[in-house]
Design a protein around this ligand. Structure first.
Ligand code: CA
Length: 252
């Protein structure tokens, strides 16, 4: 029963990314370990399972590849030096078809450069020896980052308004709206709230964060909205003032 209560409180958190990752965690994410040191596999398996993950383990690269295809893990932990197929080769094969996050275990300093190289597209690495606590923290961080990425779409479209997060571009119909970077962030944050009202304070905190200077107050939010309305032209009516609270973006 205790666990169920924890589950309910997670539903109430306001941090979308955290919520998503914690919820999938409750659904048990699968982690694939490909490592030929059996004693290390044992320790990792024990600790990962204790942290609520499902674990699949292989002791060489070829077996690792088969298991990857079968288990469809949410994250793969690959040792670099492996019998049959090394971690680099395995990573390249996985990357041809999958975006699954990959965390490398390296034994030598000179492997780090390759691990970090763009050709492999690894998400993180740990140099042996490492502490289990460090590994668990990295696993959690990589999974959280990944679930936040797949949850946020590359573009939003509302009527004639299109917000392209990859190209950093806002269009109204065929015309590009010339937004400053802060105006863009403002609009993006409202779009990500999916129609819900966002308070001025939250908007300012999200956009200026720790850079918030003394001059920025709630009126700043109003000024940004006024400028955005101006620039969004035909679609300006989507920016709705919610009395005594803040703003929302009309999504329907
Ligand atoms: Ca090894």
């Amino acid at each position: 029963m205790k666990y169920e209560n924890t589950g309910f409180s997670l539903f109430q958190t306001s941090d979308f990314a955290l919520q998503a990752s914690e919820l999938t965690r409750l659904g048990k994410e699968t982690i694939l370990i490909v490592e030929d040191e059996k004693a290390l596999v044992k320790v990792l398996r024990y600790n990962l399972e204790n942290s609520g993950y499902k674990v699949a383990a292989a002791h060489d690269g070829a077996e690792g590849l088969l298991l990857f295809q079968k288990a469809k893990p949410d994250l793969a932990i690959l040792d670099v030096m492996l019998p049959k197929l090394d971690g680099f080769e395995l990573c390249k094969i996985i990357r041809q078809k999958h975006k699954t996050p990959i965390l490398f275990l390296t034994a030598k300093k000179d492997e780090v450069d390759r691990v970090l190289g763009l050709e492999l597209g690894a998400d993180d690495y740990l140099t042996k020896p490492f502490s289990v606590r460090e590994l668990l923290a990295r696993v959690k961080a990589v999974l959280r980052r990944f679930s936040a990425e797949i949850r946020s779409p590359a573009a939003y479209s509302f009527g004639n308004l299109k917000i392209d997060l990859e190209r950093y571009e806002v269009r109204v119909g065929a015309k590009t709206a010339a937004l400053s970077s802060k105006e863009f962030e403002f609009l993006k944050f409202l779009a990500q709230a999916e129609g819900k009202a966002v308070s001025r304070d939250v908007l300012l905190e999200k956009i200026w964060g720790h850079d918030r200077s003394m001059e920025i107050d709630t009126r700043t939010a109003d000024q940004y909205i006024a400028r955005l309305r101006n620039k969004l032209q035909d679609e300006s009516g989507r920016l709705i003032t919610v009395k005594n609270i803040g703003y929302r973006l009309k999504t329907d």
